[in-house]
Design a protein around this ligand. Structure first.
Ligand SMILES: [Fe+2]
Length: 385
């Protein structure tokens, strides 16, 4: 990411920075990978280390099914009922040693702050709107927004109305804009499907100089601890650096199109350790006169492919609906279902909108995923004779 500064800052790091009453602000170095990667510096009114009490809230470790037969899966998230808030309502559908895929149909507003120290988060707001308060300031979000939140960020989501469908991807490694889109200085290059202006860091920094009892739920080592702080945790008067949450709307992704079918990497939006996030957006289709505009069959023998469909207009796939998830695991080929290739010929554009996660290591799924499975999906490639 790039350098951003918000609020009041002293002229130099690590010098006296005084409040109007003459006291010192507390400087905090916020880093996500020791002292050797990106970092930010924040200035607090109160001590961010001060805690009134803490309470053990138990394990939040995902429980995966260890042994599963190999097959394509179709999950129908429309079968989920609104549950909990943006944190407690997370239902882990799958995960591996690199990331978790949590589905959320948010029922309630959050009445506490949250901090995930196990991983960076990439939220995807399928529908709804609202704003996120955070250590780094406020981000207003809307339908189609990805919100990337560095680990350690204290935040609270506020929705304009509920329920709201969202994904919460937790990445144990750093979530970044793909390196191949950036030059040696980190700037996005001309072939990238977005520019810096499309990324929305916090726009304003409300300062909360309040004392009381403020709850911050911390996830660490797959365990939850509820901290009570004697002052508002969002008491930052200024910060600068390269670590901060930001939003990016899927409709600001500029699809790359071609004369003949373009491979999935052209849809890449983010990279993590062991996975990529891609955006399939409305776009013009391949313009060779004999082009086949849907993908060929492919054998992702070293990659699990998971798609979340924001609508039911995915050209190469039949039987999916808004909110569907398909999991095409490594080891067996997948591609358009019978008839889809013929049906696509001559199409000039697509209205598909989907988020894809491709992993390098296999996903393990959860019972919650199987509970909303369409058991006949694997049969959708059978040719009627
Ligand atoms: Fe694929």
């Amino acid at each position: 990411m790039r350098y951003v500064a918000l609020g009041q800052l002293p002229k130099k790091h690590h010098i006296q920075f005084r409040k109007p009453d003459g006291g010192l602000y507390t400087e905090q170095l916020f880093s996500t990978h020791g002292f050797s990667s990106t970092m930010s510096t924040l200035y607090h009114i109160h001590l961010p280390t001060e805690v009134t009490s803490w309470e053990d809230m138990g394990s939040c470790a995902p429980v995966y099914l260890e042994e599963q037969a190999l097959r394509h899966l179709h999950l129908k998230t429309k079968r989920l009922q609104p549950l909990g808030d943006a944190i407690t309502g997370r239902i882990c559908m799958m995960g591996n040693g690199d990331l978790e895929w949590n589905q959320v149909l948010v029922a309630d507003q959050m009445d506490y702050f949250f901090k995930n120290t196990d991983g960076d988060e990439c939220l995807f707001i399928h529908d709804g709107s609202g704003h996120m308060e955070s250590l780094f300031g406020t981000i207003h979000f809307r339908e189609g927004d990805y919100i990337v939140i560095p680990r350690g960020t204290i935040y609270k989501l506020h929705f304009d109305k509920l329920p709201v469908n969202m994904l919460a991807i937790v990445s144990y490694g750093k979530i970044e804009v793909p390196k191949r889109y950036r030059n040696e200085y980190g700037q996005l290059m001309e072939h990238a499907p977005f520019k810096e202006r499309d990324f929305r860091p916090p726009s304003d920094l409300p300062v909360h100089d309040e004392e009381g009892a403020f709850k911050v739920l911390i996830r660490s080592r797959n365990h939850l601890t509820m901290y009570t702080m004697p002052h508002h945790p969002l008491d930052v008067v200024g910060w600068d650096g390269y670590d901060f949450p930001y939003a990016f709307n899927i409709h600001d992704f500029q699809p790359i199109t071609g004369k003949l079918h373009m491979p999935p990497p052209i849809h890449q939006t983010f990279q993590g350790n062991g996975f990529v996030v891609c955006s399939f957006c409305p776009r013009m289709l391949d313009y060779h006169p004999d082009a086949i505009v849907v993908p060929y069959v492919h054998s992702n023998v070293d990659s699990d492919e998971v798609l979340y469909y924001c609508n039911d207009k995915f050209g190469s796939r039949k039987g999916i609906e808004e909110g569907s998830i398909t999991i095409h695991p490594l080891g067996i080929p997948h591609g358009p279902q019978p008839g889809a290739v013929e049906a696509s010929i001559g199409a000039k554009q697509t209205e598909e909108l989907a988020v894809m996660v491709d992993t390098h290591r296999p996903f393990k799924i959860t019972q919650a995923a199987l509970d909303i499975e369409d058991p006949d999906y694997w049969k959708s490639w059978q040719v009627k004779r």
